[in-house]
Design a protein around this ligand. Structure first.
Ligand code: XIL
Length: 357
Protein backbone atom coordinates (compact mmCIF):
# COMPACT_ATOMS: atom_id res chain seq x y z
CA UNK A 1 0.00 0.00 0.00
CA UNK A 2 2.02 2.94 -1.24
CA UNK A 3 1.62 6.19 0.58
CA UNK A 4 4.04 8.98 1.17
CA UNK A 5 4.17 10.63 4.57
CA UNK A 6 5.12 13.85 2.82
CA UNK A 7 1.86 14.05 0.91
CA UNK A 8 -0.08 16.82 2.52
CA UNK A 9 -3.68 15.82 2.82
CA UNK A 10 -2.85 12.11 2.83
CA UNK A 11 -6.09 10.68 4.23
CA UNK A 12 -4.02 8.17 6.15
CA UNK A 13 -2.06 10.77 8.04
CA UNK A 14 -1.75 10.08 11.72
CA UNK A 15 -3.23 13.20 13.29
CA UNK A 16 -6.19 13.18 10.89
CA UNK A 17 -6.79 9.51 11.54
CA UNK A 18 -6.85 10.23 15.28
CA UNK A 19 -8.74 13.53 15.10
CA UNK A 20 -11.79 12.06 16.83
CA UNK A 21 -9.68 10.45 19.56
CA UNK A 22 -6.90 12.79 20.74
CA UNK A 23 -4.20 15.10 19.38
CA UNK A 24 -1.02 13.34 18.24
CA UNK A 25 2.20 14.98 19.33
CA UNK A 26 5.93 14.67 18.82
CA UNK A 27 8.90 15.83 20.85
CA UNK A 28 11.04 18.12 18.73
CA UNK A 29 14.46 19.65 19.25
CA UNK A 30 16.07 22.85 17.99
CA UNK A 31 16.87 21.17 14.65
CA UNK A 32 14.21 18.53 14.07
CA UNK A 33 11.29 20.91 13.78
CA UNK A 34 13.05 22.06 10.59
CA UNK A 35 14.80 18.89 9.38
CA UNK A 36 11.63 16.84 9.95
CA UNK A 37 9.13 19.57 9.09
CA UNK A 38 7.42 17.58 6.34
CA UNK A 39 6.63 14.65 8.60
CA UNK A 40 5.80 16.90 11.50
CA UNK A 41 3.29 19.03 9.64
CA UNK A 42 1.67 16.07 7.94
CA UNK A 43 1.28 13.67 10.83
CA UNK A 44 1.30 15.60 14.09
CA UNK A 45 -0.83 18.37 15.58
CA UNK A 46 0.98 18.87 18.86
CA UNK A 47 4.61 19.36 19.89
CA UNK A 48 6.73 19.17 23.03
CA UNK A 49 10.23 20.66 23.22
CA UNK A 50 12.50 17.71 23.97
CA UNK A 51 15.02 19.72 26.02
CA UNK A 52 14.53 23.41 25.25
CA UNK A 53 12.05 24.16 28.04
CA UNK A 54 13.93 22.37 30.81
CA UNK A 55 15.32 24.38 33.73
CA UNK A 56 18.95 24.34 32.55
CA UNK A 57 17.90 25.45 29.07
CA UNK A 58 15.73 28.36 30.22
CA UNK A 59 17.63 29.68 33.25
CA UNK A 60 21.28 28.64 32.97
CA UNK A 61 22.25 31.68 35.06
CA UNK A 62 20.12 32.88 37.93
CA UNK A 63 17.64 35.53 36.88
CA UNK A 64 18.63 35.47 33.22
CA UNK A 65 16.13 33.64 31.04
CA UNK A 66 17.07 32.40 27.57
CA UNK A 67 13.93 31.74 25.60
CA UNK A 68 15.29 31.89 22.05
CA UNK A 69 15.52 28.17 21.25
CA UNK A 70 12.15 27.43 22.84
CA UNK A 71 10.55 30.44 21.16
CA UNK A 72 11.65 29.23 17.74
CA UNK A 73 9.89 25.92 18.34
CA UNK A 74 6.81 27.67 19.73
CA UNK A 75 6.64 30.07 16.77
CA UNK A 76 6.87 27.16 14.36
CA UNK A 77 4.09 25.31 16.19
CA UNK A 78 1.83 28.35 16.38
CA UNK A 79 2.36 29.10 12.68
CA UNK A 80 1.57 25.45 11.88
CA UNK A 81 -1.58 25.42 14.01
CA UNK A 82 -0.21 22.88 16.45
CA UNK A 83 -0.82 22.55 20.17
CA UNK A 84 2.16 22.92 22.50
CA UNK A 85 2.84 20.96 25.69
CA UNK A 86 5.39 22.46 28.08
CA UNK A 87 8.03 20.13 29.54
CA UNK A 88 9.17 20.30 32.35
CA UNK A 89 9.19 22.82 35.21
CA UNK A 90 10.37 20.89 38.29
CA UNK A 91 12.52 17.79 37.82
CA UNK A 92 15.56 16.24 39.51
CA UNK A 93 17.47 16.21 36.21
CA UNK A 94 18.84 18.80 33.75
CA UNK A 95 19.11 21.61 36.30
CA UNK A 96 21.82 24.29 36.44
CA UNK A 97 24.36 23.90 39.29
CA UNK A 98 23.51 27.30 40.85
CA UNK A 99 19.94 26.20 41.58
CA UNK A 100 20.76 24.07 44.63
CA UNK A 101 23.82 26.06 45.75
CA UNK A 102 24.04 28.87 48.31
CA UNK A 103 26.82 30.45 46.29
CA UNK A 104 29.52 29.77 48.87
CA UNK A 105 30.05 26.06 48.53
CA UNK A 106 27.02 24.94 50.53
CA UNK A 107 23.45 23.95 49.88
CA UNK A 108 20.74 26.54 49.32
CA UNK A 109 18.19 27.02 52.11
CA UNK A 110 14.68 25.64 51.82
CA UNK A 111 13.22 29.14 51.76
CA UNK A 112 15.51 30.32 48.97
CA UNK A 113 14.96 27.19 46.89
CA UNK A 114 11.19 27.65 47.17
CA UNK A 115 11.61 31.26 46.05
CA UNK A 116 13.76 30.14 43.09
CA UNK A 117 11.19 27.51 42.14
CA UNK A 118 8.37 30.03 42.28
CA UNK A 119 10.29 32.59 40.29
CA UNK A 120 11.20 30.05 37.59
CA UNK A 121 7.66 28.73 37.24
CA UNK A 122 6.17 32.18 37.20
CA UNK A 123 8.60 33.65 34.66
CA UNK A 124 8.45 30.68 32.32
CA UNK A 125 4.71 30.15 32.39
CA UNK A 126 3.96 33.83 31.94
CA UNK A 127 6.34 33.95 29.00
CA UNK A 128 4.54 31.11 27.22
CA UNK A 129 1.04 31.98 28.42
CA UNK A 130 -1.59 31.60 25.71
CA UNK A 131 0.71 29.40 23.62
CA UNK A 132 1.57 26.45 25.83
CA UNK A 133 -1.76 24.89 26.83
CA UNK A 134 -0.44 22.22 29.21
CA UNK A 135 2.63 21.87 31.43
CA UNK A 136 4.44 18.99 33.03
CA UNK A 137 4.76 20.83 36.33
CA UNK A 138 6.47 18.06 38.28
CA UNK A 139 8.35 15.26 36.55
CA UNK A 140 9.41 11.89 38.00
CA UNK A 141 8.84 12.46 41.74
CA UNK A 142 8.02 8.81 42.52
CA UNK A 143 10.09 5.64 42.73
CA UNK A 144 9.27 2.15 41.44
CA UNK A 145 8.15 1.02 44.91
CA UNK A 146 5.70 3.89 45.28
CA UNK A 147 7.79 5.98 47.66
CA UNK A 148 8.96 9.51 46.93
CA UNK A 149 12.19 10.13 45.08
CA UNK A 150 14.31 11.57 47.87
CA UNK A 151 17.81 12.95 48.29
CA UNK A 152 19.10 9.55 49.45
CA UNK A 153 19.86 8.18 46.02
CA UNK A 154 22.78 8.07 43.64
CA UNK A 155 23.90 11.21 41.86
CA UNK A 156 21.72 11.64 38.80
CA UNK A 157 18.86 9.78 40.48
CA UNK A 158 18.29 11.77 43.63
CA UNK A 159 15.90 14.67 43.96
CA UNK A 160 17.48 17.71 45.51
CA UNK A 161 14.03 19.32 45.48
CA UNK A 162 12.84 16.67 47.91
CA UNK A 163 16.08 16.69 49.87
CA UNK A 164 15.99 20.45 50.52
CA UNK A 165 12.27 21.27 50.58
CA UNK A 166 10.63 17.96 51.47
CA UNK A 167 7.62 16.50 49.68
CA UNK A 168 5.73 19.81 49.88
CA UNK A 169 7.76 20.99 46.86
CA UNK A 170 5.22 19.16 44.72
CA UNK A 171 2.15 20.97 46.05
CA UNK A 172 4.02 24.30 46.02
CA UNK A 173 5.01 23.80 42.37
CA UNK A 174 1.42 23.20 41.28
CA UNK A 175 0.15 26.20 43.24
CA UNK A 176 2.78 28.45 41.70
CA UNK A 177 1.94 27.12 38.24
CA UNK A 178 -1.76 27.79 38.65
CA UNK A 179 -1.06 31.31 39.86
CA UNK A 180 1.22 31.98 36.87
CA UNK A 181 -1.26 30.76 34.26
CA UNK A 182 -4.74 29.90 35.51
CA UNK A 183 -5.72 28.64 32.04
CA UNK A 184 -2.92 26.08 31.68
CA UNK A 185 -3.60 22.39 32.27
CA UNK A 186 -1.22 21.18 34.93
CA UNK A 187 0.23 17.67 34.75
CA UNK A 188 2.17 15.32 36.96
CA UNK A 189 4.40 13.30 34.59
CA UNK A 190 6.23 10.03 35.28
CA UNK A 191 7.46 6.70 33.82
CA UNK A 192 6.85 3.01 34.65
CA UNK A 193 3.17 3.61 35.39
CA UNK A 194 2.54 -0.06 34.63
CA UNK A 195 4.29 -1.13 37.87
CA UNK A 196 1.47 -1.76 40.39
CA UNK A 197 3.38 -0.32 43.38
CA UNK A 198 4.37 2.80 41.48
CA UNK A 199 0.89 3.51 40.12
CA UNK A 200 -0.51 3.10 43.62
CA UNK A 201 2.08 5.55 44.97
CA UNK A 202 1.27 8.08 42.27
CA UNK A 203 -2.46 7.60 42.84
CA UNK A 204 -2.10 8.15 46.60
CA UNK A 205 0.01 11.24 46.05
CA UNK A 206 -2.45 12.75 43.57
CA UNK A 207 -5.41 11.91 45.76
CA UNK A 208 -3.71 13.69 48.65
CA UNK A 209 -2.92 16.74 46.53
CA UNK A 210 -6.49 16.99 45.25
CA UNK A 211 -7.87 16.58 48.79
CA UNK A 212 -5.77 19.58 49.83
CA UNK A 213 -7.18 21.57 46.90
CA UNK A 214 -3.90 21.60 44.97
CA UNK A 215 -4.56 22.43 41.29
CA UNK A 216 -3.56 19.26 39.41
CA UNK A 217 -5.47 18.52 36.20
CA UNK A 218 -3.83 15.52 34.64
CA UNK A 219 -1.28 12.74 34.69
CA UNK A 220 1.32 12.20 32.00
CA UNK A 221 2.34 8.62 31.23
CA UNK A 222 5.79 8.81 29.69
CA UNK A 223 5.37 5.43 27.97
CA UNK A 224 8.94 4.55 27.09
CA UNK A 225 8.19 0.94 26.24
CA UNK A 226 10.05 -2.07 24.87
CA UNK A 227 9.21 -4.50 22.13
CA UNK A 228 8.36 -7.07 24.79
CA UNK A 229 8.10 -7.15 28.59
CA UNK A 230 10.95 -8.58 30.62
CA UNK A 231 10.67 -12.14 31.93
CA UNK A 232 12.97 -11.26 34.84
CA UNK A 233 10.67 -10.86 37.85
CA UNK A 234 12.91 -8.27 39.49
CA UNK A 235 13.08 -6.11 36.35
CA UNK A 236 10.74 -3.11 36.08
CA UNK A 237 9.66 -4.22 32.61
CA UNK A 238 8.32 -7.49 34.01
CA UNK A 239 5.16 -5.43 34.55
CA UNK A 240 5.15 -3.84 31.10
CA UNK A 241 1.84 -5.33 29.99
CA UNK A 242 -1.11 -3.48 28.50
CA UNK A 243 -3.39 -4.67 31.31
CA UNK A 244 -1.11 -3.09 33.92
CA UNK A 245 -1.06 0.22 32.09
CA UNK A 246 -4.84 0.05 31.86
CA UNK A 247 -4.98 -0.19 35.67
CA UNK A 248 -2.98 3.04 35.93
CA UNK A 249 -5.33 4.82 33.52
CA UNK A 250 -8.34 3.61 35.49
CA UNK A 251 -6.86 4.61 38.83
CA UNK A 252 -5.77 8.10 37.78
CA UNK A 253 -8.95 8.88 35.88
CA UNK A 254 -11.04 7.73 38.86
CA UNK A 255 -9.75 10.88 40.55
CA UNK A 256 -11.31 12.98 37.78
CA UNK A 257 -7.91 13.64 36.22
CA UNK A 258 -7.23 13.55 32.51
CA UNK A 259 -4.48 11.32 31.21
CA UNK A 260 -1.97 12.01 28.45
CA UNK A 261 0.60 9.73 26.93
CA UNK A 262 3.52 12.14 26.88
CA UNK A 263 6.70 10.39 25.68
CA UNK A 264 5.80 7.31 23.67
CA UNK A 265 8.42 5.16 22.01
CA UNK A 266 9.00 1.39 21.73
CA UNK A 267 12.62 0.31 22.01
CA UNK A 268 13.87 -2.84 20.28
CA UNK A 269 15.89 -3.79 23.36
CA UNK A 270 14.42 -5.95 26.11
CA UNK A 271 15.22 -4.85 29.67
CA UNK A 272 17.10 -7.45 31.68
CA UNK A 273 18.92 -8.75 28.61
CA UNK A 274 22.57 -7.92 27.93
CA UNK A 275 23.67 -6.41 24.65
CA UNK A 276 27.08 -5.56 23.24
CA UNK A 277 28.60 -4.17 20.04
CA UNK A 278 27.81 -7.38 18.16
CA UNK A 279 24.15 -7.50 19.25
CA UNK A 280 23.34 -3.80 19.02
CA UNK A 281 20.69 -3.35 16.36
CA UNK A 282 21.47 -1.63 13.09
CA UNK A 283 19.18 -0.71 10.22
CA UNK A 284 20.36 -4.02 8.65
CA UNK A 285 19.55 -6.21 11.68
CA UNK A 286 16.19 -4.57 12.27
CA UNK A 287 14.52 -7.44 10.45
CA UNK A 288 11.01 -7.66 9.03
CA UNK A 289 10.09 -10.00 11.87
CA UNK A 290 11.20 -7.48 14.44
CA UNK A 291 9.42 -4.69 12.56
CA UNK A 292 6.23 -6.75 12.69
CA UNK A 293 6.71 -7.39 16.38
CA UNK A 294 7.18 -3.70 17.09
CA UNK A 295 4.11 -2.94 14.99
CA UNK A 296 2.02 -5.42 16.99
CA UNK A 297 3.22 -3.89 20.24
CA UNK A 298 2.28 -0.39 19.04
CA UNK A 299 -1.09 -1.73 17.98
CA UNK A 300 -1.92 -3.24 21.38
CA UNK A 301 -1.10 0.00 23.15
CA UNK A 302 -3.12 2.08 20.68
CA UNK A 303 -6.07 -0.27 21.17
CA UNK A 304 -5.88 0.62 24.85
CA UNK A 305 -5.48 4.36 24.21
CA UNK A 306 -8.51 4.35 21.92
CA UNK A 307 -10.60 2.45 24.42
CA UNK A 308 -9.88 5.21 26.95
CA UNK A 309 -10.34 8.12 24.56
CA UNK A 310 -12.74 9.87 26.94
CA UNK A 311 -9.97 10.31 29.52
CA UNK A 312 -6.89 10.34 27.27
CA UNK A 313 -6.51 13.87 25.92
CA UNK A 314 -3.24 13.52 24.03
CA UNK A 315 -0.69 11.01 22.77
CA UNK A 316 2.82 12.33 22.14
CA UNK A 317 5.73 10.39 20.66
CA UNK A 318 9.22 11.11 22.01
CA UNK A 319 10.62 12.02 18.62
CA UNK A 320 9.51 11.93 15.00
CA UNK A 321 11.66 9.43 13.09
CA UNK A 322 14.32 6.82 13.91
CA UNK A 323 17.19 9.02 12.71
CA UNK A 324 16.67 11.27 15.75
CA UNK A 325 15.81 9.52 19.01
CA UNK A 326 17.14 9.94 22.54
CA UNK A 327 17.48 6.13 22.67
CA UNK A 328 20.41 6.40 20.26
CA UNK A 329 22.23 8.97 22.41
CA UNK A 330 24.38 6.28 24.10
CA UNK A 331 28.15 6.82 24.10
CA UNK A 332 28.50 3.06 23.43
CA UNK A 333 27.14 3.68 19.96
CA UNK A 334 24.02 1.62 20.61
CA UNK A 335 21.30 2.58 18.16
CA UNK A 336 17.57 2.13 18.53
CA UNK A 337 14.62 2.34 16.16
CA UNK A 338 11.65 3.14 18.39
CA UNK A 339 9.34 5.43 16.38
CA UNK A 340 6.76 5.15 13.58
CA UNK A 341 8.99 6.55 10.82
CA UNK A 342 12.33 5.10 9.75
CA UNK A 343 15.72 6.74 9.30
CA UNK A 344 14.66 7.83 5.79
CA UNK A 345 11.43 9.31 7.15
CA UNK A 346 9.35 6.58 5.52
CA UNK A 347 6.47 5.01 7.47
CA UNK A 348 7.29 1.70 9.16
CA UNK A 349 4.99 -1.30 9.72
CA UNK A 350 4.39 0.28 13.13
CA UNK A 351 2.85 3.28 11.37
CA UNK A 352 0.55 1.04 9.34
CA UNK A 353 -0.44 -0.80 12.52
CA UNK A 354 -1.42 2.43 14.25
CA UNK A 355 -3.39 3.99 11.38
CA UNK A 356 -4.70 0.74 9.90
CA UNK A 357 -7.51 -0.14 12.27
C1 XIL B 1 15.59 13.22 27.43
C2 XIL B 1 15.91 13.82 26.07
O1 XIL B 1 15.18 13.14 25.09
C3 XIL B 1 17.40 13.71 25.81
O2 XIL B 1 17.74 14.39 24.61
C4 XIL B 1 18.20 14.27 26.97
O3 XIL B 1 19.57 14.01 26.76
C5 XIL B 1 17.76 13.66 28.29
O4 XIL B 1 16.36 13.82 28.45
N1 XIL B 1 11.98 11.45 30.60
C6 XIL B 1 11.72 12.78 30.37
C7 XIL B 1 12.41 13.48 29.26
O5 XIL B 1 10.85 13.36 31.03
O6 XIL B 1 12.65 14.84 29.55
C8 XIL B 1 13.70 12.81 28.87
O7 XIL B 1 14.21 13.45 27.71
C9 XIL B 1 13.46 11.34 28.63
C10 XIL B 1 12.97 10.67 29.89
Amino acid sequence: MPHSPGDLGDPRNLAEKYASYFPIGAAVDSQSYMTHAALLKTHFNSVTAENEMKFESLQRTEGSFSYDAADRIVNFAVASGMKIRGHALVWHSQNPAWLFSNGSGGTVSKQTLLARMNSHISNVMRHFRGKVYAWDVVNEAMMEDGTYRTGNLAEGQKSRWHEIIGESYIAEAFKAAHAADPDAKLFYNDFYNYIPAKQQGIYNMLKGLLAQGVPVHGVGLQAHFNVEPSTVTTNQAYYQHVANLEEAIKLYSSLGLEVQVTELDISLYIPGMTYNQSTFYTAATFTDDLKAKQAARYREFFELFREYRTVITGVTFWGIADDNTWLSEFSSGRKDFPLLFDVNHDPKPAYDAVVGF
